[in-house]
Design a protein around this ligand. Structure first.
Ligand SMILES: NC(=O)c1ccc[n+]([C@@H]2O[C@H](COP(=O)([O-])OP(=O)(O)OC[C@H]3O[C@@H](n4cnc5c(N)ncnc54)[C@H](O)[C@@H]3O)[C@@H](O)[C@H]2O)c1
Ligand SMILES: [Zn+2]
Length: 294
């Protein structure tokens, strides 16, 4: 098939796939509007940010930081911030790709009721999308665990550079969390800074593994999912429960679900349409199909 459309399926949770063109059916569903997008790391791999579970996923090579480890030890926090100090630059330099731009275009056309992302990279917004719910927070903000103040990451970046004038570690491979591999000696030489207002411990404003998504954020997402005309999953294995739960919730409410992802996902059995394709080409193709229908 053209444009990396390796395989697709049309079915329901209980019916066998049939021969209807999946992209055509998806375009029809999207054209009806009220689409709620649920995106994952796969939407950003074409912007140079690796995923965890895709073909080049990094989960096996480097375990992501857990909330318990971060909270439990100053040494773990030093390790996190040293690695993240270098990795964040890479994340901050990433630019949205054709997939992010296509989502923003669908929103401009009035077809989107909401965008929920599991990504922490800000690339939907960089492509012009508005009102994005960041399910797992954003690396662009920092939160104080003492006073709760949120500050821009740029401010911390400046403070960390000032606190580490002679620190010469160089970024190696970048991980999905926006951190990099560093030696123990490089980490030992890094100085962490605390909250400028209260001296409390600083944490990136992201939901770590082992941490719960704030309740009001979950509630807002569940409400969007149950009111959607279509739940459109883009580039997520749905292995993480907070994303999968939204798919289950939509399915329980009889909302049609479509998934574009390279490789299988945990939500496939709930989907009316699955398209196994690269998002950077599949989403522009979807826009072209919508244009052709006019
Ligand atoms: N960019 C980011 O902000 C980022 C990156 C990695 C991980 N994370 C965090 O880790 C968690 C990972 O879960 P997840 O489900 O989002 O990611 P995941 O790594 O579990 O799954 C990504 C899926 O996308 C597919 N994929 C990769 N590139 C693709 C492409 N170009 N087109 C289509 N499909 C593609 C992969 O095959 C895989 O199935 C998230 O909750 C997120 O918070 C964030
Ligand atoms: Zn504070």
């Amino acid at each position: 098939m053209a444009d990396g459309l390796a395989a697709g399926g049309v079915g329901t949770a209980h019916a066998r796939p049939c021969t209807v063109d999946p992209m055509g059916l998806l375009a029809d569903l999207v054209a009806d509007g009220e689409v709620v997008v649920l995106s994952g790391a796969g939407l950003s791999t074409e912007s140079g940010i690796p995923d965890y579970r895709g073909v080049n996923g990094r989960l096996r090579r480097s375990q992501p930081m857990t909330y318990q480890t971060f909270i439990g030890s100053a040494a773990a926090r030093r390790r996190y911030w040293a690695r993240s100090h270098l990795g964040w630059r890479h994340m901050a330099e990433a630019r949205p790709n054709a997939g992010h731009h296509a989502v923003a275009e669908l929103q401009r056309r009035g077809l989107v009721a909401g965008i929920i992302t599991q990504n922490v990279d800000g690339l939907h917004q960089a492509a012009g999308a508005r009102d994005v719910i960041e399910l797992h927070g954003s690396l662009s903000r920092v939160r104080c665990l003492g006073c709760g103040e949120r500050t821009p990451r740029e401010v911390l970046d400046r403070r960390l550079r000032e606190a580490n004038p002679g620190w010469t570690a160089r970024a190696g491979a970048v991980n999905p969390d926006g951190d990099v591999e560093l030696s123990d000696e490089e980490i030992a030489g890094f100085r962490v800074v605390d909250c400028a207002s209260c001296g409390g411990v600083l944490k990136p404003d992201v939901v770590f593994f082992g941490e719960n998504v704030p309740r009001d954020r979950v509630a807002a997402c569940l409400e969007l999912a149950e009111r959607a005309g279509l739940l459109l999953v883009l580039g997520s294995s749905l292995a993480v429960m907070s994303g999968y739960r939204l798919v289950r919730h939509a399915a329980d409410h009889g909302i049609p679900i479509a998934i574009i992802n390279q490789g299988p996902t945990r939500g496939d059995a709930h989907a009316l349409v699955t398209i196994d394709a690269r998002l950077g080409s599949a989403l522009p193709r979807l826009l072209a199909r919508l244009d052709a229908a006019w």
